[in-house]
Design a protein around this ligand. Structure first.
Ligand code: SF4
Length: 320
């Protein structure tokens, strides 16, 4: 059963020289115990889609239409108090840089206990027990002692574990992990991803993983949604996506993976467009080697091509 639904989300930015659309009819869902990877190049709209869920958008951003439902309640219609309860207690953010969420002036333990007090209404010994349990769940050694440490005494990977522990202490039902391992070295990256996977399995937590790292996606995600220039161009179960990618952009991303041993590595020609750049038809057409005349004029709509497999590309009609 889905606990989160994003439906036809349209969002833009009010800039000095006008209003520019950044998300076009973005739709995706998330079920309990599911890890959905939202992938694509920088600036494609992954993070802004995630921030829309938490309603943590820059002042210039404006949602023009769409619906985001959590447990059948529209997040876009929630009051500030309801939103405050939602963030942290129900949906938690694991950011790329954990220092954006940790205050350097307080110990990690104090910050964790504050979260437990607000969201779990626990104090004293009960709160400390909950904090120790959360630290143990993310494999922080000597948890009682580490609660007294300041963020600067934690390594990058340890800080990220501290943030995940805060989400666990609140029993968050959804984790939004925005490039959670980008700033970490490869061994620590693997440890953090293993922790997230364990949380998903043991607690039925739903995870929205924002990443450009397809190797991580292949190893951990259940489903993949590929974004390009503010649109979702392909969605599929992960095994189906890696075995049978259909959108030319997905193919190009996969062909540029260094793990494609034995195959010629490809680069995707050109750059992703900025939101101020006007491109008619399919936004990928200036970079697509399969581009047809229709692609330059008409934007393709998403079509079902298999079990839970959707693609927005005119080639689908041509080949069917
Ligand atoms: Fe390429 Fe056309 Fe498909 Fe766009 S719609 S990805 S330009 S083939």
């Amino acid at each position: 059963m889905n606990i989160l639904n994003v439906e036809n989300l349209n969002l833009g930015f009010e800039c000095e020289n006008g209003f520019f659309s950044a998300l076009y009819n973005v739709s995706f869902s998330l079920a309990k115990s599911e890890m959905l990877a939202l992938v694509g190049e920088s600036g494609c709209g992954k993070s802004i889609s995630a921030m829309s869920i938490l309603q943590l958008l820059p002042k210039t951003a404006q949602i023009t239409s769409g619906k985001i439902t959590f447990d059948d309640k529209n997040i876009l219609e929630m009051s500030p108090t309801e939103l405050q309860h939602l963030r942290g207690a129900k949906i938690a953010l694991i950011p790329q840089d954990p220092m954006t969420s940790l205050n350097p002036l307080y110990t990690v333990g104090d910050q964790l206990l504050e979260v437990i007090k607000i969201h779990q209404n626990l104090k004293g010994k009960a709160a400390i027990e909950k904090a120790v349990e959360a630290f143990k769940s993310v494999q922080i050694p000597n948890p009682e002692e580490r609660l007294r440490a300041y963020p600067h005494e934690f390594s990058g990977g340890m800080k990220q574990r501290g943030i995940i522990a805060m989400a666990l202490a609140c029993n968050a039902e959804i984790l939004i992990a925005d490039e959670p391992t980008t700033a970490l070295d490869v061994t620590i990256q693997a440890q953090i991803m293993d922790i997230l996977e364990k949380i998903k399995q043991e607690r039925q937590t739903a995870i929205l993983l924002i990443t450009h790292d397809l190797a991580v996606v292949k190893e951990h995600a259940d489903r993949v949604a590929v974004m390009y220039s503010g649109r979702i161009v392909e969605t599929a179960p992960a095994n189906e996506f890696f075995a049978n990618p259909k959108h030319p952009y997905s193919l190009a991303l996969l062909n540029s993976l260094p793990s494609n041993r034995g195959k010629v590595l490809e680069t995707i020609q050109g750059q992703p467009p900025s939101i101020q750049q006007k491109i008619d038809g399919c936004k990928f057409h200036p970079r697509c080697k399969f581009c047809m005349e229709i692609c330059k004029k008409v934007a393709p709509t998403s079509q079902k091509i298999g079990e839970n497999h959707f693609v927005a590309c005119h080639l689908v009609n041509k080949n069917s």
